[in-house]
Design a protein around this ligand. Structure first.
Ligand code: GCW
Length: 668
């Protein structure tokens, strides 16, 4: 009886509900790739042709066949255009367009360029011509995915990589992922966490990695792995992993051979060594350069690369912000050509705002790349809408003065000033198995904008936002404008409600969600405690990094040393990063520091509330599913902004001993 009813309900549900449901539901899984499939009639009006049978060229043909509603397109490989790298040129008129590239993948990038223009309703000028050569050669995503499918600092579900099912079973999401990356030019992925399990290099896992590499190849994506420096001892059975020992080198050489037999275009290794408890060459009295070079020599015959992280710090009396510089600068010039030092954008750790890492203005003889964090470890996880392109731009456009003015971080790493070999940029992925890939629908914009900036770091955060909104949601200017406005304000809002004026690392211990400036765990590492960073007392607040303090300012080139050292010229956005100042210190607008702090927190809260209100007014433009999901998260964000404001102000008030200005909402 029950079964029969159940079946009837199922039939009614299937016939009536599912089609309706499908029409209305939008889980965000399509990302920005919402091209309209062309009808057979339109397809019959134009031809898409390519002489190349290369898989990437054929993918380009396929994408255009499916979605291009315009004129004829010819795809051409031109072997004389080596300097274009994986870029492309599109030329033509209203009858015919030609995409020319040196490499087949350039044709696919050109195809996505055209589809993007079509998608945002761009008018094609007559004659039409556009040329694109990417600013960074390697546009890298770092996945912090563990083999048990947890993701370190991941807020979008489990890892995409179904290790237990590989190599036999293949999730359709692997190719969707590769396609999404290719559509924005990402061409390198490191599959596993930098806190690397040695098992990833076991033969069993390498078979699984091979499957992913094979699937990604037509989309122009090269696979790298994070390597655990102790692998020779842990999975190779050697006594130790001393990089200068023959047996250790031979083990790595044998491993490299095994990998390249399976994956001929394997990219190389990313290594986190002697950092936060990870093993490394220093365990054997060797330097970072000796460790990196050993691996570099092993991969060199295969054109493999080593990305060696500069994220190192130890619980010493030395300011954490100074340690990577102190350790890596003396090694400048000692690294092999196929080693790139991978340095986080700031010297502490992916804070809502940090000055750029001083190593970018200092390393001149070795290769270096920036590492950003796309996943929002310190920016409200996937609950807060925080558009990160302004943060990425702030670092890339920051002037290091290494070769006079305009020696930006971007130029120090993109090959402008140094022969980089391959220039590179990395972002720690915010991608997981969630239907919408990134948890928050707007976090898709961070994946997108990272890719677009890796392709061309001169693009503006505003233009990228606009493009993304149109592709992902709606082209109506009444929708695009306010949403863009929210996105562009969101990073500064987060800085304000979390840690304005250069405050940093006052997050809850370990998980880093929410405030805990009072945090103090007995016997814990001082450099993991918030008071280490804010130094609040009745006399003032902030970290003195001038000559009277840790003198971290000395790691910056002039005139930055001077600018940062002088409290009168230090940008107020970084005031408490570089200075310890009294609560009564007078800000440039005349407010005392204490009052200004209160106003900044309050402004952050107002912005978060404004985002909610703004979104509510846009309901008509958005499908229900995404509308409600974003609405729900904006409510959390507003709530958290108040939580931050109240908690931090009430805590600091115990030192400042000043009233909260009467024109802001009193803490509860
Ligand atoms: O930001 C910190 C994170 C760690 C991370 C580390 C790193 C992968 O809290 O989870 O570990 O940085 O970048 O190595």
């Amino acid at each position: 009886m029950f079964t029969r009813f159940y079946k009837i309900y199922l039939i009614i549900f299937t016939v009536v509900w599912i089609p309706v449901g499908l029409l209305q539901a939008d889980d965000g899984s399509q990302l920005w790739l919402r091209y309209d499939r062309v009808s057979a009639q339109i397809a019959a009006l134009r031809t898409i042709s390519s002489k190349s049978s290369h898989a990437s060229a054929q993918l380009a043909v396929q994408e255009l066949e499916n979605y291009w509603a315009g004129q004829h397109i010819e795809l051409v490989l031109d072997q004389r255009k080596q300097s274009w790298k994986d870029g492309y040129q599109i030329q033509g008129n209203s009858q015919k367009l030609r995409i020319t590239a040196y490499q087949p993948i350039g044709l696919l990038y050109g195809a996505y360029d055209l589809l993007r223009r079509q998608q945002v309703g761009q008018e094609f000028s007559e004659p039409f011509e556009v040329s694109e050569i990417p600013t960074f050669d390697l546009r890298v995503l770092n996945h912090w995915d563990n083999l048990d499918r947890t993701v370190e600092r991941g807020y979008a579900g489990h890892s995409l990589w179904l290790w237990d099912e590989l190599p036999g079973s293949i999730s359709p999401r692997y190719v969707q992922y590769a396609r999404a990356n290719a559509s924005i030019g990402i061409n390198t992925v490191v599959l596993n966490n930098v806190n690397a399990s040695p098992q990833i290099l076991s033969s069993t896992y390498l078979q699984k990695v091979k499957v992913l590499a094979d699937l990604f190849r037509p989309y122009g994506i090269q696979v790298y792995l994070s390597a655990n420096f102790s692998s020779p001892a842990v999975i190779g059975g050697l006594d130790d992993s001393d990089p200068l020992r023959d047996e250790v080198q031979q083990w790595w050489a044998m491993k490299a051979k095994e990998i390249y037999n399976l994956i001929p275009d394997f990219g190389g290794f990313l290594v986190k060594a002697n950092s936060e408890g990870q093993p490394g060459p220093q365990d054997y009295g060797r330097t970072h350069a000796e460790g990196a070079n050993m691996l570099a020599d092993v991969l060199q015959p295969y054109n493999g690369l080593i990305m060696w992280r500069a994220f190192v710090y130890n619980p010493t009396t030395e300011d954490r912000a100074k340690q990577a510089y102190a350790e890596f600068l003396p090694l400048d010039g000692q690294f092999r050509d196929n080693v790139i030092i991978q340095t986080k954008n700031g010297a502490i750790d992916f804070q809502p705002r940090e000055p750029f890492h001083p190593l970018f203005g200092a390393i001149k003889k070795s290769k270096q790349m920036v590492e950003f964090q796309i996943t929002q470890e310190y920016l409200g996880f996937s609950n807060h809408l925080v558009y990160l392109a302004p943060l990425f731009k702030e670092t890339l456009d920051a002037d290091t003065y290494a070769y006079g003015s305009n020696s930006t971080v971007a130029k120090m790493t993109d090959g402008t000033y140094h022969q980089q070999g391959k220039s590179a940029i990395a972002g720690v992925a915010n991608i997981g198995a969630d239907d919408n890939w990134t948890g928050h629908h707007f976090a898709q914009a961070n994946w997108y904008s990272y890719g677009r900036l890796a392709w061309n770091h001169t693009l503006s955060a505003a233009d990228i936002a606009e493009e993304w909104i149109q592709a992902t949601f709606d082209k109506d200017p009444n929708f695009v404008k306010p949403v863009k406005d929210v996105m562009l304000k969101s990073r500064e809002a987060a800085v304000n409600y979390m840690m304005p004026l250069g405050l940093h690392h006052i997050f809850a211990f370990d998980h880093h969600y929410g405030p805990e400036p009072w945090g103090d765990i007995p016997n814990a590492r001082a450099d993991w405690m918030p008071w280490y960073y804010h130094n609040a007392s009745t006399s003032g607040v902030g970290f003195d990094r001038t000559a009277t303090g840790s003198n971290a300012v000395a790691q910056y080139n002039e005139p930055l040393q001077q600018i940062y050292s002088d409290v009168a010229t230090c940008p107020e956005t970084l005031l408490l990063w570089f200075h310890h100042v009294p609560w009564t210190y007078q800000m440039r607008n005349g407010n005392t520091l204490w009052d200004e702090l209160c106003y900044r927190y309050d402004a952050g809260v107002s912005d978060a509330r404004h985002f909610q209100k703004q979104w509510d007014e846009l309901e008509a433009y958005v499908d229900k599913e995404r509308f409600l999901d974003v609405q729900k998260r904006l409510a959390i964000q507003s709530h958290d902004a108040v939580w931050w404001k109240d908690a931090v102000l009430l805590y600091f008030q115990t030192f400042a001993n000043k009233p909260i200005p009467h024109d802001i909402e009193p803490p509860k």
